[in-house]
Design a protein around this ligand. Sequence first.
Ligand SMILES: *Cc1c(COP(=O)(O)O)cnc(C)c1O
Length: 392
Amino acid sequence: MSDVLMPTYARAELAFERGEGPYLYTAGGRRYLDFAAGIAVNALGHSHPHLVETLQAQAGKLWHVSNLYTIPEGERLAERLAANSFAERVFFCNSGAEAVEGALKIARRYHYAAGHPEKTRVISCSGAFHGRTLTTLSAAANPKYLEGFGPASEGFDNVAFGNMNELRAAITPETAAILVEPIQGEGGIRAADLEYLRALRAVCDEFDLLLIFDEIQCGMGRSGRLFAHQWAGIAPDVMALAKGLGSGFPIGAILATAEAASAMKPGTHGSTFGGNPLAMAVANAVLDVMLEDGFLPEVERVARLLRDKLNELAGRYPQVLAGVRGSGLMMGLVCVVPNTEVIAKLRDEGLLTVGAAENVIRLLPPLIIEESHVDEAVEAIERACATWAKAA
Ligand SMILES: *Cc1c(COP(=O)(O)O)cnc(C)c1O
């Protein structure tokens, strides 16, 4: 491996040459079933014909013009995201962290313009992950990621995820917003109770706080609904999206109500690359597929099959797996043995997965998987479990 790349990642000695649907292929021709999907990014799998065709057609016309001009593909994408969510205003950027940062700026500016410049603090949750910029790291307050990076950004109060009493106690006259992942990804596939999400909505209404959901990982169909909070029947004021929205093309988005975004006037925020025609064309193509009748119900159906089979496996191999959690195709296998060892073993068996906190393995397959892929994954997991069962 090249030592020129900054060694910030613990990379596997594994490179791929091409992908097709839920499969990745090495230059040597070895095939892997990809239940990592670029960490919940390749929502429609690899080389999806509609996405490839769209990107190629757009590449031949126009890549980038900047936000000095109108971008019709972006207007169309914003309209479609709004039509399928709570949102009335959309801002495009390029990554998840950038979307969360923008959401935080929206919340502070909202209260500033409403005559409450003192309302700047944001309540966030333990186990959260919101990105790697200094401010999103400060929001998540994970000491491991902040160590050695100087003073954290001011203005965050971290409370236990799911604990409403602790959260209410943290609200002060300076509180501007609450920032929560409806399903924590990096934190170990921890889904908030739907009651907790409803209580967050109620407390935000009571104290005039903005509710910000980070659906960067759990959004865009991953939970079986287009957005995970929709299971709770409530809506946030602001939502950050990225990952699956471009299915592999870098893009982020901030969705907001007209009220929450009312203070975002010309000059208040920007992003040079944000919303460029290439990204807009691809994300529109992603929506073409995800909004088709039957797409999300099929995600749910396949997810249920996978969950049932994994639960059954966990029951048979309690010395390896402690349980299954998550929603839709955002599933976590809680391990008894070290998750890193199971992930390595699964890779040997031709199945790609992702680690998470709490000794969890994330299963984040492309949303286009079929029953045969479920069976193939479960068989690989069973083979891995059997090696530990034998050793025990
Ligand atoms: C991945 C992720 C982010 C950060 O996204 P980047 O594109 O890496 O900046 C933020 N929040 C959640 C929930 C994520 O899963």
